[in-house]
Design a protein around this ligand. Sequence first.
Ligand SMILES: *Cc1c(COP(=O)(O)O)cnc(C)c1O
Length: 388
Amino acid sequence: MKKNIGINTICAHVGAVEDEQFRGAVSPLYMSSSYAFQDIDEKRYPRYFNTPNQQALSKKIAALEHTEAGMIFGSGMAAISHCLMAFLQAGDHVIFQQTLYGGTYNFATSQLEKYGISYSFTKGWQVEDFEKELRPNTKIIYIETPSNPLLTITDMSAVASLAKNKGVITMIDNTFASPINQNPADFEIDIMIHSATKYMGGHSDICAGAVAASKQHIEQLWSSSICFGGSLSDQTTWMLERSLKTMGLRVKAQTENALKLARKLDAEGDISRVFYPGLESHPDHELAKSQMNGFGAMLSFELDEALDAELFMKSLKLIKASMSLAGVESTVTSPVLTSHSLMSPEDRQKQGIRDGLIRFSVGIEEDEDLMYDIQQALEVVKSKTALV
Ligand SMILES: *Cc1c(COP(=O)(O)O)cnc(C)c1O
C-alpha cells in the first residue's frame, strides 16, 4: 500500500474481498464456517479470525489506524477484554485512566483480581497521574482520550514515552475519536481498541469491536483470542465493511456539526457549561489540536441548576435519549441516570459530573434543526419549572 493514500480512499477501497468470479463492485460474503484443510496454506475457521471477509476487513482496520495489522471482534468489550487478557498474567499490574468506559471499569473491578492481576485507577489524566501509579510489575497503561463524559484530553506522546522507558505496553480506547479524528499509533501508542458498534458501524445496527497494532502484538493477541473465542460473524463483518466505506464522510459531517453546536450551546443562556475539546475555552484545546485531526462529535453540556435534565431529554423531539452513541442520528444521555448511576453522588461530584449534565452524540442532521430542538425543549422545561 502506498503510504500517503488518503483516508476516504482507505475507507472506500482498502480491505475488500476481490470478486474474481463475477467482478462485482462489492466484497462477496463468504458464510462458510467450514473450509478445506488439505492442499491449503491456511487453515480457515471463523473463530480463528481468518475467514475471507474477516481477514480482508482486518486489513482495512490496520490501514485506518496506520498499523501493520488489525483484528475484528464480536463487540467492543470482546476487543477490550481479549486485549487485556492477551498481555497480562498473574502477578501483573495495570494502570487504568480514571475516566474509564463503564464496561471496562466493570471488567477491571469484577474480573482481574480472580486471575491474580492487580490494577490502579489514576487520580487524573496528566502524565504525572500515570507516573504515580507505576509499579515494578506494571505491564499495561490503558487510556481514553477524549474521555467519557467530560471530554478530557490525555497527552498520548507523553504517556507513550513514560511507558516505553519502563517497558510498559500502552493501550487506548479510541472509540470516541474514531480513526478519522485521531491515530494514536502516530504518537507511539501501541494498541488501538475500538467499539466498532459506534463510529465504525455508524448506523446503530451493528455490535462489533476492532483492534489495530504491530504485527507482533496482533500475533500475541490472536493466539490467546482463539481460546477466548470472541470473533465476529461474517454477516456482521460484511455489514461493518460496508459501513466503513462512508465513515470518513459521516464522521467529518458529525465533527463539523459538533463544533457548530458546541459554540451555539456555549452562547445559550440556560446552559451553564459546555465540554468540547474544539472550544478555545477547553483547558486542553491546544493539546487536542496537536494530536487530533478533528475534535470529534461527542460533547457534553450542563443545564442551569434549576432545570431538570430528565424533563429536558423527554421534551426533545428530534434528538433521541439513548444509551448508545455515534450513529448518524443525534442522541443524548444523562450520565447520572445511566453510565454513572451506581457511583455515589460524592464520587460523581469529585469527577465533576453534575445532575444537569447531558452527553450529546452529534449526528449528521442540519445543525439549525438540532439547535431548534434543544431550544424548544429548554422552553418546555422552563415553563414547567416556573409553574412549580
Ligand atoms: C460502547 C463502548 C465500548 C464497548 O463497546 P461494545 O461494542 O458495546 O462492547 C467501549 N468503549 C467505549 C468508549 C464505548 O463507547
